[in-house]
Design a protein around this ligand. Structure first.
Ligand SMILES: C[S@@+](CC[C@H](N)C(=O)[O-])C[C@H]1O[C@@H](n2cnc3c(N)ncnc32)[C@H](O)[C@@H]1O
Length: 284
């Protein structure tokens, strides 16, 4: 995501409604998608026939004595764009355009598109500039949730965000309030009747701080079903060493049924934070 930090009350100074009256977010999104298709997607499609580039992956933990998650992700060709990159970009998420997480996801989820999964993403993508980690004035809240819905036609899609103004419900999509810095708010999210069976895919794309990541991970990992995947997106380079220690010294022992792969995507445009943690729960 494009981290756009704004001071509180910034909304008062920006004539948002005026700006939006002249430039519709949808028009801007269409123009941006077409430009990305020509300038990035097409050239990558061509060059992926001749070039391959792997992500940097470091694995931790093991299930049944052998760790395969890191080895699987290491084989992904980051140059090759996928359908998921296009779908996410079409809806206005930056997972495919800026970060290229979708190239990894396409490999990770390739056997699961037709399944009746339960998918939850924290971070809807607010366009309210007074919220940290917002997507800017012309962001499209719910973009990635709509992307997941199109990519997984039998799945139920859930979302959560600290910004109550952008919560919504649509066919196969339901969203809830959650502040990932507040343990009781995370517990209240997981007490929702819809979430009692846990989830198969859980993506954390909320507040991109080490504290926020850890708080949500520790409060939510127990709700990932056997065989499920948990992802933390947009980990800052400054936090990488803290993550390595946390996983190696604590999580590997605390969660023996989980495999961890720390992935650095040096290809993405957003190089300050283009790291992700992928966690897979073994099938019991
Ligand atoms: C980068 S945006 C998510 C983008 C979206 N997933 C997409 O791909 O289009 C980050 C979101 O995190 C939310 N957020 C910020 N602080 C949060 C917190 N403490 N708890 C939960 N969500 C938070 C913001 O409101 C924002 O909607």
């Amino acid at each position: 995501m494009a981290i756009v930090e704004s001071p509180p009350h910034a909304t008062k100074r920006i004539p948002r409604t005026l700006l939006r009256r002249f430039i519709s977010p949808r028009t801007l999104q269409n123009v941006r998608y077409r430009w990305w298709s020509l300038s990035s997607d097409l050239p990558r499609s061509v060059s992926s026939h001749f070039t391959a580039r792997s992500p940097q992956v470091r694995g931790f933990g093991a299930v049944n004595g052998s760790s395969s998650l890191a080895a699987e992700l290491q084989k992904v060709n980051m140059v090759e764009p996928t359908r998921m990159c296009r779908v996410m970009t079409k809806y206005g998420s930056d997972k495919g355009r800026l970060h290229r997480y979708t190239t990894i996801y396409s490999a990770l989820f390739k056997e699961r598109y037709g399944q009746a999964l339960r998918i939850l993403e924290l971070g809807l993508g607010t366009n309210n500039p007074d919220v940290p980690s917002n997507m800017g004035l012309f962001g499209a809240p719910g973009a990635s949730l709509r992307g997941w819905r199109e990519l997984f036609p039998k799945a139920l899609i859930y979302g959560a965000d600290v910004d109550r103004r952008i919560l919504f419900s649509e066919d196969r999509i339901k969203t809830f309030h959650c502040d990932q810095l507040d343990g009781s708010s995370i517990r209240s999210l997981w007490s929702q009747p819809d979430l009692q069976d846990g989830v198969d895919i859980l993506i954390e794309d909320g507040l991109h701080t080490f504290e926020g990541n850890i708080s949500f991970l520790e409060g939510s990992i127990g709700h990932v079903r056997p065989g499920g995947i948990y992802i933390t997106e947009d980990i800052m380079w400054n936090d990488v060493e803290s993550w390595y220690s946390r996983i190696a010294d604590i999580y590997v022992r605390q969660y023996p049924k989980l495999e961890f792969a720390f992935v650095a995507l040096v290809d993405g445009e957003n190089r300050a934070s283009n790291n992700m943690l992928v966690i897979r729960r073994g099938v019991e």
